[in-house]
Structures are given as structure tokens and as C-alpha cells.
Write a protein that binds this ligand. Structure first.
Ligand code: 5GP
Ligand code: MG
Length: 177
């Protein structure tokens, strides 16, 4: 890790503006419905925390689920394992918003969507901060998208490399030095 170089890609200011715009869109669309927001751990925790603090619409519940597809490798294995489930009763008949840090191959977001759908929400939408469409293997409908980025491994703002760098307030590319 010590010999990797951090290359600034998305600033704190740009992230804040992006999150604010997403929150405004959600506020408009959920003005008469209290949504349940489901954060996919771990990478989305900072996005979720900033997003809910920008939303004015009352939120019925904030829930967490965890999938894992990366382990400590920087290339997706293409398989997402459910590590932490959700109870069906918090999802059934609710207006659910899945909150994701990034969609890359689409495998893990698709799996999260399938799990949530099986709990029969009244509606289900996906709110995604970053989209890396170049490596997509599974079609994913992103209802609320922040920023489209090129195919590059990034860290910061919740995203890690082997659990490091999540605390960085901006987003960086990680270069081998
Ligand atoms: P997917 O299943 O779409 O390939 O990606 C699943 C997960 O891989 C994302 O939710 C995210 O946690 C992680 N991921 C994808 N691309 C990146 C990246 O560029 N950097 C980091 N740190 N994680 C990524
Ligand atoms: Mg994620």
C-alpha cells in the first residue's frame, strides 16, 4: 500500500454537489411517500450518511445489507456473497431506495435488487453515486445516478483498497508507482 500513488479524481466539492442534486431529485419524487433507504455496506456508508442529511423528505427507515465481491483483490470476482441479510418485514410494502456507492460489473447491485424484490416492496429504485459502465456484465437500471466515470480503480469516500483509504473525503485513482 505504501508504494501506491493517489491521483485526485473527484473533489469533495464535486461530491457534495452531486449528493445534493441526488437528494433534491429524491425529495421531489418521494414528497408524499416516506422511503426506506437501504445502504449496501461497506462502500456506501459515507454516501448514505451524506445523502440522508441532504434529504428533506422524512425517511421511514435506514437499513443496511452487506454483499462482498472483491475480497482483497482489485478485480471483481464476479460473485457477490450475501454476508448480512435484511429482515423481510422492513421492506414489504415499503417504497425502497437502494443506495449504492458504485456499479461496476453490475453483479452485486443486481443481487441486492433481487434480494430486495423478493421481499416485495411497494416500489424499488436504485440511487448510485458512481457508474463505471465499461465493465458492465449484467444490465442494471440506475434510477438516480451521480457521476459516470471511466474504468479505473478508485478509492476514498467510503471506497477501499484492502480496507484502506475509506476515510478519504475525496475520490482518488490508485496507481502503482
Ligand atoms: P460490481 O458487482 O458492480 O462489479 O461491483 C461491486 C462492488 O465492487 C461495488 O459496490 C464496490 O464496493 C466495489 N467496486 C467496484 N469498483 C470499484 C472501484 O473502482 N474501487 C473500489 N474501491 N471498489 C469498487
Ligand atoms: Mg457497493
Amino acid at each position: 500500500m505504501m508504494d501506491k500513488k493517489l491521483v485526485p479524481l473527484i473533489s469533495q466539492i464535486e461530491l457534495a454537489q452531486t449528493v445534493k442534486k441526488l437528494a433534491e431529485r429524491l425529495d421531489r419524487d418521494y414528497v408524499d411517500r416516506q422511503p426506506v433507504l437501504v445502504c449496501v455496506l461497506k462502500g456506501s456508508f459515507i454516501f448514505m450518511a451524506d445523502l440522508v442529511r441532504q434529504m428533506q423528505t422524512p425517511i421511514r427507515a435506514i437499513e443496511f445489507m452487506r454483499l462482498s465481491s472483491y475480497g482483497s483483490a482489485t478485480v471483481s470476482s464476479g460473485q457477490a456473497n450475501v454476508l448480512l441479510g435484511l429482515s423481510e418485514k422492513v421492506i414489504v410494502d415499503q417504497h425502497v431506495i437502494l443506495v449504492e456507492d458504485i456499479v461496476d460489473t453490475g453483479v452485486s447491485t443486481t443481487q441486492a435488487i433481487e434480494i430486495l424484490k423478493s421481499y416485495q416492496p411497494a416500489s424499488l429504485k436504485a440511487c448510485v453515486l458512481l457508474d463505471k459502465p465499461e465493465r458492465r456484465r449484467v444490465d442494471v437500471t440506475i434510477d438516480y445516478l451521480g457521476i459516470t466515470i471511466p474504468d479505473r480503480f478508485i478509492v476514498g469516500y467510503g471506497l477501499d483498497a484492502d480496507e484502506q483509504y475509506r476515510q478519504l473525503p475525496a475520490i482518488y485513482g490508485l496507481d502503482e508507482d
